[in-house]
Design a protein around this ligand. Sequence first.
Ligand SMILES: Cc1cc2nc3c(=O)[nH]c(=O)nc-3n(C[C@H](O)[C@H](O)[C@H](O)COP(=O)(O)O)c2cc1C
Length: 409
Amino acid sequence: MNILSNKNVLLGITGSIAAYKAADIASRLKKEGCNVKVVMTKSSELFITETTLESLSGNKVILEDEESNALSNFAHLDLAKWADIILIAPCTANFMNKLANGHGDGLLSTICLAFTKSLFIAPAMNPDMWNNKITQASIEKLDAAEIKMIGPNYGSHACGDIGYGRMTHPEEIIEKIKDNSKTSQLSGCKILITAGPTREPIDPVRFMSNYSSGKMGYEMAIAAKSKGASVELISGPVTLKPIPDIKTTYVETSSEMYDVVKSKVDHYDIFISTAAIADYKPANYSDIKYKKDENNIFIEFTRGIDILQTISKKYENLFTVGFAAETNSLSENTKDKLQKKNLDVIVGNIANHELKLGFESDYNEVIILSNTGSENISLDKKSNIAARILDFIAKEYSSKLELIKKDVK
Ligand SMILES: Cc1cc2nc3c(=O)[nH]c(=O)nc-3n(C[C@H](O)[C@H](O)[C@H](O)COP(=O)(O)O)c2cc1C
């Protein structure tokens, strides 16, 4: 799926000679599947027509005159809320300096002032305007305000000068926005992940466990971090190397894992349970080693706590993701668990140690289900699968947030 598909993009155009290139940008954004609204500053109207941009964006262009402000008394706030991304391209020296100083003296600058998501600018100006000390000082302020700057490039200008200040090519602008969207898909989001098997002790030298290697959970943690989330891992006993920069708590038994999850989950937005937690544990732990003799021994196992189900039912607003390793009827069993455990997303895979499927392998093949969508991922490396599962989770999570916001209203 295209990362920009269905994103609401507000394209701001300011009074630069490069404004004609905004037509190409609007049409490329549409091809990416974005919903595009164009807001033009008064001086940009000297450089490109409203009609061109209206045809390419498929929406009425919003001008900075009284008529547009009459769209609603709160047009600036409505548009700031509507947009997922604002791109100012081209962005004049004047507009850059205004943004850097937080001015809101026109519709476009006021929208930017009220905007809390990803704001990109593609500066375009004469090299002397770019090198101007005030413009250069603005770059630091824009950076501190997390306004992302694309370009400008070096080259010759319409005025005959050569130097920095040429607007980056529209195709590259879109690519930069796509790259940024990938790495910031889950920014601000806190994710708790469990991974690996648990061990349930039988006596001082024996335990019951499973073939889980923890690879899928560790790949999920790496992928979540690379998409901008802040991640913490709770790991069962594995032979994998610790992941640098990801806080990890190591546990052994399912009861220990439950205690650690319980103590932390309150601080998280998403809980992803990839751990293969033992469903059963020995009813009685023997302090001394069972002696070998001629007879069979019988060990009673009791049902352990279902950590994921307990957590998902207790925390209604927590976004919960489960993994289901099945040996048969993958689709039905996975769907059942999604409902029964009250999960937002579930990932199912066929696990068979003898066939080298799922557990221990670097590869996997999964189905992802939610209450509204599904995706099949055929055989691929666990690292690639983890990235795709997190794309799915990011989409579902942002839809859930929208629903919660609507409910609150
Ligand atoms: C022909 C012409 C070309 C211009 N090109 C640029 C430009 O490329 N970059 C720039 O920063 N300003 C340029 N300007 C100056 C801006 O249009 C001027 O600073 C204007 O007030 C910017 O308004 P805005 O930032 O609200 O759109 C140009 C002016 C003219 C007359």
